[in-house]
Design a protein around this ligand. Sequence first.
Ligand SMILES: *[C@@H]1O[C@H](CO)[C@@H](O)[C@H](O)[C@H]1NC(C)=O
Ligand SMILES: *[C@@H]1O[C@H](CO)[C@@H](O)[C@H](O)[C@H]1NC(C)=O
Length: 463
Amino acid sequence: MFKLAAVVLIFSLVEANRFRSEYPGPYCASRRYDKCCHDRQDGCAQPISTTLCYCDEFCERGDHGDCCPDYEEVCLGIVPPEPLQEACSHKGHSFTPFDPPVVDNCNTCKCQNDGTVSCTDDVCLVDDALLRQLHHLERSIGWQATNYSEWWGHKYDEGKTFRLGTFYPKFKVKSMSRLTNGQEHLPTHFDATTYWPGFIGEVKDQGWCGSSWALSTASVASDRFAILSKGREIVQLAPQQIISCVRRSQGCSGGHLDTAWNYVRKVGTVNDECYPYISAQNACKIRPSDTLITANCDLPTKVDRTNMYKMGPAFSLNNETDIMIEIKKHGPVQAILRVHRDFFSYKSGIYRHSAASSAGDERAGYHSVRLIGWGEERNGYETTKYWVAVNSWGRWWGENGRFRIVRGQNECEIESYVLASLPYVHQQVKPMRQVGELQEMIVGTGYVPHPSRRYPPYGRRSG
Ligand SMILES: *[C@@H]1O[C@H](CO)[C@@H](O)[C@H](O)[C@H]1NC(C)=O
Ligand SMILES: *[C@@H]1O[C@H](CO)[C@@H](O)[C@H](O)[C@H]1NC(C)=O
């Protein structure tokens, strides 16, 4: 133990100072007759900690030296520069109490007057230890992790508050009465984006705003408008309106899924261009009595719609088969997800919660995502079934913004609270826009370009 400390003695001044402050002594200075000895004299020693330190010339042997902490001062007359305590060192970075604190990932470290470093002790969203463990576990857990720079420097609590944002449901939404007997043929692989090309919305990025409750609701509703209108109403509904206008929700601090669905059912929403997403809460700009005209939104070109887009009541799906039938029949559904710390670093593969995040990090948060399909993957003798889900962290995360997660085992509660709803699509196609069957066919295959018109910013009413 002392040998180790002695090695430190010849290191930097900072370390030497710490050595001296840890073992203040006096040692050589307290020897009664000859404080310092010539050559090698093994008796010229003092007890320190659980061993001995020496005050003879022989003790100066560089890395292998065993001098007492005050040898230099007492025997060589080297006065330690004052003030000793000022220099601190943290992970190779030297600084003083007068310097700004050093940032270490999501924590900050201050240099105290006594030369010690004190750091805040928060769990970070990601750190080297977690990444090391995940890389180590890669083969056994079946998915790969990566080091996203976006997460670096953020606390785990910030990630849970501002990258998720769905509250655990207080009560269950009424479950759908089954219309089928479940004997329907279900393929082994299904992906809504290839089944309904052009109808499924892009991956969103919620930014640092706990708005997944609004984004997942708006995305599922939008996809279903496109699918159930057979492409006549391809529209992106405005999550920003849900964030800003739903009462009793907390905007960027999260919300309940049933309140979002209730709002879209009772009030309806405008399109996304008319109320753009700003990744923050702002004053509500839509009154429940508004129409697309009074809200100053551009009207759709293919249908005679002036009302806001409304959905029917939300219903829940109770098991794997029901969820699959619903996705294949009517499009993507919304699922709640219990998020652990390792999920943030997911890059590819079939996600399942690993043991990598230590017990202290296990305060999980809830998120909501869009399930758009399923599949299975053979790996040796094992077949792993998975869901294909779309996250709202942008395309830079996961498999182009998507992730796959184990199916049929309620992994991270993914099958415990799955919601869907049917849109009130506009039945009547504008007669003058319809050019007979050809138009219908083009609409039916989904190759309809999204109207790329410019919309005026919301709120500039002419009146
Ligand atoms: C991850 O990236 C951060 C910077 O973005 C870097 O400081 C850190 O060393 C990286 N860690 C690993 C394990 O690659
Ligand atoms: C799912 O639930 C339905 C009843 O809603 C039941 O008939 C069916 O067997 C269940 N399927 C599975 C896989 O549990």
